[in-house]
Write a protein that binds this ligand. Structure first.
Ligand code: 76R
Length: 270
């Protein structure tokens, strides 16, 4: 089948399942081992696929038992892997209870080169076009290139606590994000980013776009070592002007990132 590679960004799927423990309990020990083997080889094969990341979670609270986060460039692969993961324990064990489709994306609110050049000239008192100024602009550009590729082609952290929720920007009469001009939106997002940066080292976030793909406009995936930081950042952001005026949220899911082996134990699929 011919690949379906997006012009920009990777396909991201959050896949959450419940487990039919009644069905599992009725299996013979040999059948259980056989199904554990399918699971392990499915996860390994997907992880071995080029530029593909698959994270595995034990979900907290009975909204879901098992969670996967899959990142891969080709929509054909994403779709194939998703079908394989649904059958990772053979038929009748996993029932999908929530899923979210999104894509990694760049932000339209990042500083443009002319703006950076002007800012560097002004704040560092450097003559535009001078050697020192050119050098600083080149440094900025190197930083931005790395940032661009980190956002579009991210390396997911192995941090233990994962929080996922979808969100949109409000489109009400009188409070319509899409009716705001660019400068207003950029200023509001600047305030948001300032709150975000207070959590450097405590929270890693991946914002993926889902307009036209799923129920909301973005998927928010947060990673932390401490669930307290998840609660704190989401609470603090509720006070940001952009969130008070325009934030709309879906359901929240918390998972603990575990290896495939630890996961089988935790899910009592041993
Ligand atoms: O990309 C960047 O780091 C630059 C600034 C930035 C943008 C453009 C940024 C910073 N975010 C951006 C875009 Mn964010 N973010 C969220 C949530 O719960 C809530 O209230 C909101 C959920 C969190 C927790 C979070 C964290 N951000 C976005 C967008 C797209 C909006 C658009 O395009 O219109 C959404 C939906 C969104 C939501 N954000 C940061 C963070 C953190 C921690 C940062 C700082 C990152 C850093 O400096 O390392």
């Amino acid at each position: 089948m011919s690949p379906i590679i997006p012009q920009e960004g990777w396909i991201v799927q959050h896949l959450f399942y419940t487990i039919d423990h009644g069905f599992w309990a009725a299996l013979t020990p040999e059948e259980k081992v056989e199904r554990q083997t399918i699971f392990n080889s499915t996860v390994q094969a997907i992880r071995a696929h080029p530029t593909t990341q698959l994270l595995t979670f034990s979900m907290v609270s009975p909204k879901a038992d098992l969670g996967f986060m899959l990142l891969t460039p080709d929509l054909q692969d994403a779709n194939r892997f998703e079908k394989e993961l649904g059958l990772a324990f053979g038929p009748d064990v996993l029932t999908p209870c929530y899923s979210y489709l999104s894509m990694t994306e760049w932000t339209e609110y990042s500083e443009k080169e002319e703006e950076a050049s002007e800012r560097i000239a002004r704040t560092e008192n450097l003559e535009p076009g001078s050697e020192a100024h050119t050098k600083r602009v080149a440094e900025w550009k190197g930083h931005m290139d790395k940032y661009f590729s980190d956002r579009l082609y991210p390396n997911m952290p192995d941090w233990q606590v994962m929080c996922f929720y979808p969100m949109s920007k409000r489109r009400n009469v009188g409070a319509n994000w899409y009716a705001q001009d660019f400068a207003t939106r950029r200023d509001l997002m600047g305030g948001h980013a300032k709150t975000g940066r207070k959590f450097a080292g405590k929270i890693r976030q991946l914002i993926t776009g889902s307009t036209g793909l799923d129920s909301h406009e973005w998927g928010v995936t947060l990673f932390a070592h401490d669930i307290f930081q998840v609660k704190t950042i989401v609470y603090e952001m509720r006070w940001d002007e952009v969130t008070t005026q325009f934030g709309e949220f879906g359901d929240f899911y918390i998972g603990i990132q575990l290896s495939a082996e630890e996961l089988l134990q935790r899910l009592q699929l041993t």
